[in-house]
Design a protein around this ligand. Structure first.
Ligand SMILES: Cc1cc2nc3c(=O)[nH]c(=O)nc-3n(C[C@H](O)[C@H](O)[C@H](O)COP(=O)(O)OP(=O)(O)OC[C@H]3O[C@@H](n4cnc5c(N)ncnc54)[C@H](O)[C@@H]3O)c2cc1C
Length: 479
């Protein structure tokens, strides 16, 4: 058993750092700061993912993933009807428990194309966020259970990453092989490790799973028994929803939060907001940091006029259907071997339930297809036309839950909300660190990049506060 949850702090107590939100990024920030010697309080609105019943559900990702996203462990938001999506509204679940979305997501592990980070740095002026700079943080996060280039992959970090191929059921393996062969026939090369030197190509997936158990940010960073001793100066309060950051002369002094219906306040030298791409801009705005006109229109006094909440980014997907000549079950729920697969999963012996339903993927520039089939006969255009494809996307596109960009980082004068060390412009002792700071979505799933941002944020804070390290050099000894 690792870190234990703590009773709420007394009003008199001051922490070095309060971290708001125990999701993918918040767990990394809290753990790394505590390891570095800081006295840290982590406030999480939802419950712990270590409670027995919850741990069982969260730990079995692919038996439970869809249920988790519609259960009490998620906040399910809905967008307003989207004109570009034919007037449809989109459902946006967000994990509301320790681990955040990493506790309810589909576990695909994708760092993103190195060129994206270089683009952030060179074109958008985000100095220090290019591939060379972020790579060391990606490596720090991961324990890769595969053959990878040690210059590019990490092998002793907290997050367990496994390559799928050996643990697939037979049918899944066959479908993946056929998919990879089809990609090769279409001129898309196979890549052994899309999280290595180059992302472009087709590959079997990697997942934040080990022996069929989810490696979410909380389990990996906060509750791993081998790390517990290093986290002595960390306190975690669950069910604690931050309502406002206390700002005095544009310095963050502490956080007002609600716990079991009671309003409480805690003081801190630094406040780090890690409440996610929806929660972070909301909390900043409630604290008077946001677009002046908007804040004043809803009766909030504006203390720092910043473009909080704009620049919302996401990835969309749309389904394409293929018919198969021979009967072959890919959907685990329809496999004839379902019972065997469940038993294999329960015994940790591998099988289809050990990995996401996506078995293989391909990152490439799309080409114009040579033959078209009518995907939806109700669309009143020629299936080979651009209008047809546009209408198809309007009707069927849906989110893949990569909400980001709402407190984007950037250089001075760039409409950014936070500077290159993640500080909101003009506000001291405050930091934002989570998917909201991405200038735009990385190419791929974004959990790995959120973990990387957490590592980067903790490094910045420990550089800014040499005094967090106790006099005798022992992390946590200052308690
Ligand atoms: C259904 C789903 C499937 C996904 N699948 C994948 C995938 O397979 N692979 C992948 O790489 N990415 C996936 N993603 C995306 C990825 O998991 C998230 O983008 C990432 O986890 C976000 O991390 P974060 O730290 O920004 O925020 P979160 O992980 O959302 O953390 C925010 C935390 O803050 C807490 N919080 C919010 N407001 C407050 C408040 N006021 N006070 C206190 N606490 C608060 C929340 O409860 C939450 O725990 C998926 C996302 C979803 C929703």
């Amino acid at each position: 058993m690792g870190t234990s949850l703590s009773i709420p702090p007394s009003l008199e107590e001051e922490f070095d750092v309060v971290v708001v939100g125990g999701g993918s990024t918040g767990c990394v920030v809290a753990a790394r700061l505590a390891e570095g010697g800081a006295r840290v309080l982590l406030l999480e609105a939802g419950p712990s993912n270590q409670e027995r019943g919850i741990r069982r559900r969260v730990g079995s990702p692919f038996l439970q993933s869809v249920q988790l996203q519609t259960s009490e462990l998620s906040c399910v938001y809905s967008t307003v009807p989207q004109e570009a999506a034919g007037g449809r509204a989109s459902r946006w679940p967000r994990g509301k428990l320790l681990g955040g979305c990493s506790s309810v997501n589909q576990c695909l592990y994708v760092r993103g194309d190195p060129r994206t980070f270089d683009d952030w740095e060179t074109r958008l002026g985000c100095q220090g966020w290019g591939w060379k700079s972020v790579l060391k943080h990606f490596k720090k996060c991961e324990h890769y259970h595969g053959d990878g280039n040690p210059a590019l992959r990490g092998f002793d970090g907290p997050i367990q990453v496994t390559k799928a191929e050996k643990r697939f059921g037979l049918a899944t393996r066959e479908v993946c092989e056929l998919f990879l062969a089809a990609c090769e026939a279409a001129g898309i090369p196979r890549v052994e490790d899309y999280n290595g030197e180059t992302q472009t190509g087709a590959s079997v997936i990697q997942a934040t799973v080990c022996q069929g158990v989810r490696s979410d940010a909380a389990s990996a960073y906060l509750f791993d028994a081998t790390r517990a001793a290093r986290l002595a100066s960390l306190r975690i309060v669950t069910g604690a929803c931050a309502e406002r950051i206390q700002l005095e002369e544009l310095r963050a002094r502490g956080v007002h939060f609600r716990l079991k219906g009671e309003l409480k306040y805690v003081r801190a030298k630094e406040t780090v907001v890690c409440a996610g791409a929806i929660g972070s801009p909301q909390l900043l705005m409630l604290s008077g940091i946001g677009p002046k006109e908007h804040l004043e229109a809803v009766g909030l006094e504006c203390q720092a006029d910043l473009a909080v909440g704009s620049n919302l980014c996401d990835h969309l997907c749309f389904p394409l259907r293929f018919s198969w000549r021979e009967p072959l079950a890919f959907n685990p729920a329809r496999q004839t071997s379902t019972l065997i697969s469940r038993a294999q999963h329960a015994l940790g012996k591998g099988g289809v339930y050990d990995f996401p339903p996506v078995g293989a993927l391909c990152f490439c520039q799309s080409k114009v297809a040579e033959s078209y089939q009518d995907l939806d006969p109700d669309i009143p255009h020629d299936p080979a036309s651009e209008q047809y494809m546009r209408e198809y996307v309007r009707r069927y596109a849906q989110t893949v839950y990569h909400h980001s960009g709402t407190c984007r980082l950037g250089p001075e004068g760039s409409e950014s909300v936070v500077d290159l060390r993640l500080r909101p412009w003009g506000v001291k002792q405050l930091m934002v660190a989570d998917a909201s700071v991405m200038p735009y979505c990385v190419s791929g799933n974004i959990n790995a990049a959120c973990l990387m941002i957490g590592e980067q944020a903790a490094t910045f804070l420990l550089e800014d506060h040499q005094e967090f390290r106790s006099d005798n050099g022992e992390p946590g000894a200052s308690q």
